[in-house]
Structure formats: structure tokens, C-alpha cells
Design a protein around this ligand. Structure first.
Ligand code: LLP
Length: 386
């Protein structure tokens, strides 16, 4: 889907920059494609709310029939408020507080994805107080490399996430002695922005091995949850606005050995919402640096922290220049008092001037949700286009 520069400029005429611009048509098309691809294998997809919590976005996703994957009590409440059904809410997170566990218990959610022995014991105690049986899944650390940025790698033994292989016997003992929890499944999540899909093949092979251990120990599991992490094409969002969901699900169909009647669940965030969002910003100044020219924008790392935090690439387009060739280089930087406040170095753009509008692409996932008000900045508005 090509960037419609005129539509963006129309919005700029009525809204203060910077703002997030969400394309609801692209979102709907993405949801439809994902839904169709998952249906082929009867797979269940939970949307990972952490990627984008905007209400209109959540309403559309819940209306499309997705479940929810939450990492806080507030996300659980938000999911319910925006129409996700309680029995399709998975609750993950390595540090759930007692209050948050109680929110999950009160709402009879699908599952608590448990990450440590102590957490299982606490959930059991809290469920007992309420006279309930908490459905749990064990989040297993499979020690599989996702080949992505180290800050968003989660499935290696060195990471804080999940239960390691050497703890299985102890965990099972704890579960057998806990009368207010019921083990329903196994959960995995190896990382985010995964574009080397062979990592998922490795995950499937690991899940098969782990599942065999449970079968040998006569432990039946109703579901396997392989998490999310499917990456998008940040380099060519116009050519690949929607990821290859079919190819992604086919890997699991080909390599994962499910038990009879066992359900397979996914928790996709970025792949559903990243490309539908752009961060629209105005160039405040052009400044000639020693080695480069700076285009200084009114958006900063406060609106999109990904480049500063993960050295992430986001394509940048000059919306004000319609058909001019990009033959100038700029470091596109924000106004925040940090040198890491840089959206891109040596970005090729047409001749760019004060007042030009830039679109920082694929900001729909982990943009608005990670915004902060450092330097006492205002929260950027969200604007929608169809
Ligand atoms: N499930 C679990 C247990 C997770 O921890 C995550 C993301 C997801 C699902 C969804 O992953 P996705 O499909 O969106 O990749 N702020 C970082 C990404 C952090 C992801 C954290 N966990 C970024 O901007 O790249």
C-alpha cells in the first residue's frame, strides 16, 4: 500500500505535529489475512496488546475475533473493556503482582502463563482464597536463538524468561501438590522482530522434544502456545505491507507435532499493527553539521524510542516533496537532549526544508505504547485514516 502523501498533508492541516497516523483500512486487511491464514489450520491467535493499546485499534481487533495476550492487570482490564472475551485472554509476564493475579482470577481468564516455581505457588494460594482453580500454562525457556536484537531475545537460558529444563521435575512436583491450579498447556516465546523464520523451525523441534518429556511423564496438555515475534519488513513497507502469515503458520503445520485434540495458540503483536502506523512529524530546522546535515524534527525518541533503544531501522519519507528524487543525505534527529535521539543516520531524502513533513514509517507497533514525557513533552495525538 503506497503512502498517500496528499491524505497525510490534509491531516497535517488539521492536527498538530507530531502525531501517530493509523491506517484503519490496512489494519483491517492485515487482520483479515491473518485470520484466514490461521483458520486454515484451526490455530488460535491472541493479539499481544503491548504492541498497540489504542482503543479503536483494540476494538477492531477484538471484533475480528482474536483473543488477547496481556502482560499486566491493566491490559487485562483494557482487553475486556474493548470487547475481547475473557476466556480468550492469556496472561504472561515474569513479574505478576498479587493484585494482577487477582484480576485474572476474578475474570476467569483463559490461562496464566507461569514463569517460575514461586509464581505457581502464589497463584495457587490466591486461587485457594477465592475458592477457584486457576488454569495455568508453563512458560518454558527453550534455549532457542531468535537471531534478533539482544534486547528483544527472550528464549535463551541467559534471559530472565520462562522455566528452564533443569527445573521440570521440581515444577511438576509443585503442581501435583497444588490443588487450586490446573496445568493446561505449555507456552513459549523466543523473541520479537524475527525475520529469520528458521528460528521457528528450531522452536518446533525443541517443543516436540519437550512435549515428549511431558507425554512420557503421563502429563496431558490441552494446548501449546508458541508466542509471537513474527517480524515485518521495515525496509519496504510499501511493497510488503502485510506479512506472509500463511508461510508463517505453515512452518508450525509442517514441523510441530501436536497431540490429538491439542490446540495451537499464537500471540502476535507487531505483525498485526506495525505497518498501519506512521509517525508524522514536521522539520523544524535544517542545520549543517561538520560531516552531515541534520534535519531536526518535532518528533523525538519520546514518540518512537525504537531507533534509540534497539538501533532499529524505520524508513523515512518526505511527504511534502511529491516526485523529487532522493539525492540528499540527512541525519534525521529529534529535539530531545540526548544524542541517541536520532531516527536515522545518512537518510536519503529529496532536498528537505524547514516546514517539510516527514513520515517515519511502521510506527504502529511499540511506538505510542512506549511513548514517555521526558523533557515534559506532551503526548502526541492519534489520527486515523481509512
Ligand atoms: N508474547 C510474549 C510473551 C511477548 O513477550 C511478546 C513481546 C509478544 C507475545 C509479542 O511479540 P511480537 O509479535 O509483537 O513480536 N519493544 C520491542 C518489542 C518487545 C516485545 C516484547 N514481547 C520493539 O519495539 O521491538
Amino acid at each position: 500500500m503506497k503512502l498517500d502523501k496528499n491524505k497525510i498533508l490534509e491531516k497535517v492541516a488539521h492536527h498538530k505535529t507530531p502525531f501517530y497516523l493509523y491506517n484503519l483500512t490496512l489494519l483491517e486487511e492485515t487482520l483479515e489475512t491473518a485470520k484466514k491464514a490461521a483458520k486454515k489450520y484451526n490455530y488460535h491467535v491472541h493479539y499481544a496488546l503491548k504492541a498497540n493499546c489504542d482503543e479503536r485499534v483494540l476494538n477492531l481487533i477484538s471484533q475480528s475475533g482474536f483473543g488477547a495476550d496481556c502482560v499486566s492487570g491493566n491490559e487485562i482490564l483494557k482487553a475486556i473493556e474493548t470487547g475481547f472475551s475473557k476466556e480468550n485472554i492469556a496472561f504472561a509476564g515474569v513479574g505478576k503482582t498479587d493484585d494482577e493475579i487477582n484480576i485474572g482470577l476474578d475474570n476467569d481468564i483463559f490461562t496464566f502463563n507461569c514463569e517460575s516455581i514461586q509464581e505457581i505457588e502464589v497463584i495457587n494460594e490466591l486461587a485457594a482464597k477465592k475458592g477457584k482453580i486457576a488454569p495455568i500454562a508453563l512458560r518454558i525457556n527453550p534455549n532457542v536463538n531468535a537471531n534478533t536484537h539482544k534486547y528483544i531475545t527472550t528464549g535463551l537460558e541467559e534471559n530472565k524468561f520462562g522455566i528452564n529444563r533443569w527445573e521440570f521435575e521440581k515444577v511438576i512436583q509443585v503442581i501435583q501438590n497444588a490443588s487450586n491450579i490446573k496445568l493446561k498447556g505449555l507456552h513459549f516465546h523466543i523473541g520479537s522482530q524475527i525475520v529469520d523464520l528458521s528460528a521457528y523451525r528450531s522452536l518446533c523441534i525443541k517443543v516436540n522434544e519437550i512435549q515428549n518429556w511431558f507425554v512420557e511423564n503421563h502429563i496431558l496438555l490441552e494446548h501449546i502456545n508458541v508466542g509471537g515475534g513474527l517480524g515485518i519488513d521495515y525496509y519496504q513497507p510499501d511493497i510488503n505491507p502485510i506479512v506472509d502469515f500463511e508461510g508463517f503458520f505453515a512452518i508450525f503445520n509442517d514441523f510441530l507435532e501436536l497431540q490429538p485434540h491439542q490446540e495451537l495458540h499464537f500471540e502476535l503483536g507487531r505483525a498485526l499493527v506495525a505497518t498501519m502506523g506512521d509517525l508524522i512529524t514536521k522539520v523544524l530546522y535544517i542545520k549543517n553539521g561538520q560531516r552531515t546535515n541534520f534535519a531536526i524534527t518535532d518528533a523525538g525518541m519520546t514518540e518512537l524510542i525504537r531507533p534509540a533503544l534497539y538501533q532499529a531501522y524505520h524508513k523515512i519519507d518526505n511527504v511534502s516533496k511529491q516526485d523529487e528524487t532522493s539525492d540528499q543525505f540527512y541525519d534525521v534527529v529529534g529535539p530531545i537532549c540526548e544524542s541517541s535521539d536520532c531516527f536515522g543516520k545518512r537518510v536519503k531524502l529529496p532536498l528537505t526544508e524547514r516546514g517539510d513533513i516527514l513520515a517515519i514509517r511502521c510506527a504502529g507497533a511499540y511506538g505510542e505504547v512506549m511513548a514517555n514525557n521526558y523533557n515534559l513533552r506532551e503526548k502526541a495525538e492519534v489520527v486515523f485514516i481509512q
